[in-house]
Design a binder for this molecule. Sequence first.
Ligand code: NDP
Length: 245
Amino acid sequence: MGQVAEKVAIVTGGARGQGAAHARTLAANGASVVITDILDRDGAAVAAEIGDRAHFIHHDVTDEAGWHAVVQETLRRFGRIDILVNNAGIVAFNTTQDTPREQLERTFQVNVVGAFLGLQAVHGPMLSVGGGSVINIASIAGVKGAKGMVAYGVSKWGMRGLTRYAAQDYAPDHIRVNAILPGVIDTPMTRDQAPPGKLEKVMAAIPWGRMGTSQEVADLVLFLASDASQFITGAEIAIDGGATA
Ligand code: NDP
């Protein structure tokens, strides 16, 4: 038994980084988990490691028909949907002047439109089981401006707005919608993609003095996914070592 026993979750971008931690933690606490990602080998490996209560599906979150297929396959395999973690995301490091329009649009498509399509896709199945919990992984980059990451910041601001609007729309159906705002978390996105010097600069502004771990974010996902948070909806919870304090 666990905090999410007998619940069924979909975790997008679950092949690595934070998403993989969310999938492992939800499964370790009793849930069945469908992991989706565009990284097939890593995604299948995470599902295989978890075992029978996990399944990997290739899915780009911007693909609306693909969302339908993910929902149908989840229902066929596990019978219901209680939890959606909108975790898939991309980052880009350019200033307002240097950001190509295509980069702004693609970042918005993946981070905001992907989460929006997910909210729409799980609404019916969650309604049919009396409610559910959607967790949008936004960022503290959507709380305060920063130099050189306009596309990402704007998209994460958008996720905060999406969370509040959807929370209002879905509350009568007992579907909760909350946002987690991670600060700097130690993942492949952080290690591989931050421009030289950026990480050190950002780290210096963390009162706690270190990066967060994927497991620390996963523990918060577990709380928001579980019935322990059943009166929390439309909320934004920062997990950033005090960076936005
Ligand atoms: P990772 O890049 O390690 O993991 C993100 C996963 O999402 C990757 O497997 C990635 O695949 C996948 N992905 C990208 N685009 C799509 C798509 N269109 N459809 C489906 N899957 C996709 O990042 P993190 O684990 O660090 O980030 C997870 C979330 O947390 C993101 O939303 C990110 O913005 C957010 N976040 C991260 C912070 C950090 O410090 N790391 C801080 C604040 C928020 P691929 O590698 O092929 O792109």
